[in-house]
Design a protein around this ligand. Sequence first.
Ligand SMILES: NC(=O)c1ccc[n+]([C@@H]2O[C@H](COP(=O)([O-])OP(=O)(O)OC[C@H]3O[C@@H](n4cnc5c(N)ncnc54)[C@H](O)[C@@H]3O)[C@@H](O)[C@H]2O)c1
Length: 334
Amino acid sequence: MKIFITGIAGFLGSHLADAMLAEGHNVVGCDNLIGGYRDNVPKDAEFFEYDCNDFEKMKELLRGVDIVYHTACTAYEGLSVFSPKLVAENTYLNTVSMASAAISNNVKRFVTCSSMARYGTQEIVPFTEDMICKPQDPYGISKFSAENVLRNLCDTHGMELVIAVPHNIIGPRQKYDDPFRNVASIMINLMLQGRQPIIYGDGEQKRCFSFVQDDIDCLNKLAFQDNVVGEVINIGPDEEFVTINHLAKTIAKLLDFDLDPTYMKGRPQEVKLATCSANKARALLGYSTKYSLEQGLSEMIEYIKNRGTKPFTYHLPLEIVSDLTPKTWSERLF
Ligand SMILES: NC(=O)c1ccc[n+]([C@@H]2O[C@H](COP(=O)([O-])OP(=O)(O)OC[C@H]3O[C@@H](n4cnc5c(N)ncnc54)[C@H](O)[C@@H]3O)[C@@H](O)[C@H]2O)c1
């Protein structure tokens, strides 16, 4: 099959491309390189440095494509209250552009990546796919709006839709010089440079992380299995919760680093415990985790060591700077 992956230079997009190439598919992709790394793109994939919002180009590139896998996004939940225009353009608008280009080319299936931010504040954790979504920030609102417009267009024009909700996935190829996102990669990049990590709030907010190889199989199946059409499916772990303090300690232990983190004011609207149920993925996709947190972090350390540590680049515009803006961003502390 001919598969088109948006965001193919990104973390999940590039791993998906590898998985699909290994199965013998013809993989084509685009990325505007606002995030990701050019060298993430597998050599056997055809690559175009285009923006998904360039509708005419997308319409041209999607000729003869069977499946669109849409991962391209500026996936910045914390930043989205300070740079809402940037996030909406590359979360909501780019999805509308891709949907329109795909439908006009009779693409069979459109798999999109949503986010746990779609759920917003809920009374009950873990979040299950049937909950009423109450997104609380421009990123979550953009993701959920993108889902809604996709449903509308797919129902109207008869394109198959699958909505993946990846969450807390970590691994090699994550952008580690990005001060706005990817807590584990940021901590590793800092500690490998002999620098202390910065933790927002008291560090007792809990997350569960899973290693990319445990998730990519499930993400891949969404493009091909019949029983997932029309479904929303959480992809990621719901076991082995750790605090951000514990994450820092685990990385420090693996690096034999003398840890003394700097604590800063918590970020607005950051939730203490956010997690999604993996039961639907277990039932429909055979989801199970094999990697421990330590194993996953060790592979990330190897990747960053091999590629070389990097200074942080403040590559995204801060549209709103106020007393609420984390100083790590407004004063470029990383
Ligand atoms: N990794 C996770 O745990 C996780 C969690 C929640 C949601 N997601 C979702 O999964 C998807 C992939 O996430 P990721 O972690 O691989 O992110 P990533 O930042 O590594 O990859 C996204 C890629 O999209 C590209 N991109 C952004 N806007 C674009 C545009 N307008 N046109 C073309 N390319 C564009 C970026 O350059 C980047 O390479 C995203 O939609 C994200 O919201 C991931």
